[in-house]
Ligand binder design. Structure first.
Ligand code: GDP
Ligand code: MG
Length: 439
């Protein structure tokens, strides 16, 4: 969907490498030229494209092709890593009380994103409230009020009062009991001085924890300039790219992110309040380059480089996160009855120590675990120990489950973690093992 076109032309470019048995300068130059064309067509900034292609060229020629990879995979992996380099990690917006200020040009999608964010926090078990500080666009008050009413989200605005700064001051006072306060600001048709001044005044009053710049996914080369102006004025903590459900390629936004050293927090994929997705760099690039390719490629690369083993070792040392657990449950679940699988594992005497109910992770339970984990922050999934009773309450509320369900999940995780620690000594590679078993 997103950036399909770019994906296709990159694929074409990389196909050229399939047949060539080794990497020579001429082939690399040819491929890099195709990659440049593809990125430029997707509105990625020229300077950025040039820098990136230089690095790809250098690395493709200098670095040895890892054993087990062909030249095409080698280059694709480098392209992938260089894209990850630009895109960076996704901005982590914590699930805690905070103030968020929305900024961006008129029509970029601020108001829509405001309601989407309110919905997002609501689903995570927090109480959001919204302040309408757009006193410029006719109908802005009504637009936001209707959206909030539909979602049952608290709203503050003063219709027909042009004093945006005063509205923000009063609104935040009135709504101070809510967890997440989202301030929707006015846009303009271009970056006019009065917009910047108003934005700075609102910023001084609201003292937001996060300033999210909303960029239309279809925006081209102006994206960098816009992002820089907003960044110079009040600073940007993260970017939301809207309208990625359409034909937009998002390359402009990509350039904006690189320009301001910020990162992408969310992407908008439609007009309804539920059409907001957390930004996942891997998925974004996978879409860009073609999912199947990237997935098998990265797996192959990790295997060749032994990184998978390293990760596994970290897990054996006890760093077994909820995310790791979920991944394993998911793959195990696909493989068939849990008990049979567990008995096939080289667990030594450990198999006997695993309680019977550990085998009973059915699809239903997995589904519930997924919903619960969807209500958690990154921190909580990586380090479940931080989850105390207040967080248990928040997580269960967000997931529409009982606190007991959260506790059960945590208990299950602990049990698995203990089991993992039992695999000490000798390398144990889950993937290799699954392959051996014909998975
Ligand atoms: N298809 C689609 N339309 C969107 C998305 N985000 C916003 N829009 C539409 O873009 C237009 C402008 O959005 P709005 O939130 O009013 O922009 P604002 O001026 O920055 O507040 C509206 O018609 C929205 O419905 C999105 O992710 N996908
Ligand atoms: Mg608006």
């Amino acid at each position: 969907m997103v950036m399909d076109k770019l994906g296709n032309s990159l694929q074409d470019a990389l196909k050229k490498l399939v047949k060539s048995g080794r990497i020579d300068e001429r082939t690399v130059n040819e491929v890099v030229k195709d990659i440049q064309r593809a990125l430029l067509q997707s509105d990625v900034n020229v300077k950025l494209v040039m820098q990136m292609s230089q690095r790809i060229k250098e690395r493709a020629l200098k670095e040895e092709v890892p054993s087990g990879m062909n030249p095409r995979e080698h280059v694709l992996r480098i392209v992938y890593q260089e894209l990850i380099n630009i895109i960076g990690k996704s901005t982590d917006i914590p699930l805690k009380p905070q103030t968020i200020m929305m900024i961006g040009l008129q029509g970029s999608g601020k108001t829509t994103t405001t309601s989407k964010l309110a919905r997002y926090f609501q689903r995570k078990g927090l109480k959001p409230a919204v302040v309408c500080a757009d006193t410029f666009r006719p109908g802005a008050y009504q637009q936001l009020k209707i959206l909030c009413t539909r979602l049952n989200v608290a709203f503050y605005g003063e219709e027909d009062n042009p004093d945006a700064v005063g509205i923000v001051k009063r609104g935040l006072e009135e709504l101070h009991k809510y967890d997440v306060l989202i301030v929707d600001t006015a846009g303009r048709h271009s970056l006019e001085t009065d917009l910047i001044v108003e934005m700075e005044e609102i910023h001084a009053i609201a003292k937001p924890d996060y300033k999210l710049l909303v960029l239309d996914g279809a925006i081209g080369q102006q994206a960098s300039e816009q992002a820089r102006a907003f960044n110079d004025s009040i600073g940007i903590s993260g970017v939301v790219i809207s309208k990625l459900d359409g034909t937009a390629k998002g390359g402009g936004a990509l350039s904006a992110v690189s320009e301001t050293n910020s990162s992408i927090a969310f992407i908008g994929v439609g007009e309804t309040p539920d059409d907001l997705e957390r930004f996942e760099p891997d998925r974004f690039i996978s879409r860009l380059l073609g999912m199947g390719d990237i997935k098998s490629l990265i797996e192959k690369a990790e295997e060749a480089l032994g990184e998978e083993d390293l990760d596994m070792e970290a897990m054996l040392r006890g760093r077994f996160t909820l995310k790791d657990m979920y991944k394993q449950l998911e793959s195990l679940n696909k493989m068939g009855p849990m008990k049979q699988i567990m008995q096939m594992l080289p667990l030594g005497g450990l198999g006997a120590k695993i309680p019977e109910d550990a085998y009973q992770v059915t699809g239903d339970k997995l589904g519930r675990y997924r919903v619960l984990m969807d209500s958690m922050t990154e921190e909580e999934m990586l380090n479940p120990r931080v989850i105390g009773s207040a967080r248990i309450k928040r997580i269960s509320r967000g997931a529409g489950c009982a606190p007991e369900d959260v506790r059960e999940l945590l208990k299950y995780h602990k049990m698995m973690q203990t089991a993992m620690k039992g695999f000490r000594g000798g390398k144990f590679n889950m993937q290799k093992m699954m392959k051996k078993m014909g998975m």
